[in-house]
Design a binder for this molecule. Structure first.
Ligand SMILES: [Ca+2]
Ligand SMILES: [Ca+2]
Length: 167
């Protein structure tokens, strides 16, 4: 809707062409209009929404989301050695490319500890678990793409806090 040249995006020019069509009833250049009389305000609003949000089916950015930190024996398939599995999903429409995830441990029994894990690319709608180095339990904060290497659809959902229990 409103996308005249098939490039999966709606430009201002295409919106203006729709407005002209609505006002004059004449199809704009470059548009294959199958219902020349039928452009109305509702259709223009849909086109405006597409211009703002992107057309349905258009390629979207990756979106990394932290799933959790678990004892490695609890993920499927289990990771060895039995340390902590750090699991991340990509809810976006494109592979993420490589990125880093930062883990901050808040222990009751020793000084806090920070770890940085290097992830390989995660496919669109995929997920991946990496083994951390060493087994820890306690409060944990996981931040995916902590070094801002991936442009994401949503940059606000990259942080998760949790607690890894003593197994
Ligand atoms: Ca994200
Ligand atoms: Ca990012």
């Amino acid at each position: 809707m409103g996308n005249c040249n098939g490039d999966s995006s709606v430009t201002t020019d295409e919106l203006l062409a729709m407005l002209r069509l609505a006002l004059r009833g004449a199809p704009p250049e470059g548009c294959d209009v199958s219902h020349p009389q039928a452009v109305d305000v509702a259709e223009i609003l849909i086109a405006v929404n597409h211009a703002v949000a992107g057309c349905p089916g258009a390629p979207t950015l990756p979106d990394l989301v932290p799933l959790g930190v678990y004892p490695s024996a609890f993920v499927e398939p289990p990771l060895l050695p039995p340390w902590n599995a750090v699991c991340v999903a990509n809810h976006g429409g494109q592979a993420s490319g490589p990125f880093h995830a930062a883990i901050h441990w808040d222990f009751a029994y020793q000084a806090p500890q920070d770890q940085l894990l290097a992830f390989e690319s995660i496919a669109a709608a995929g997920q991946r678990c990496l083994n951390s180095s060493g087994f820890n339990y306690g409060g944990v904060e996981l931040v995916v793409d902590s070094q801002d290497e991936v442009a994401e659809r949503d940059e606000t959902n990259n942080r998760l806090t949790g607690y890894v229990p003593i197994p």
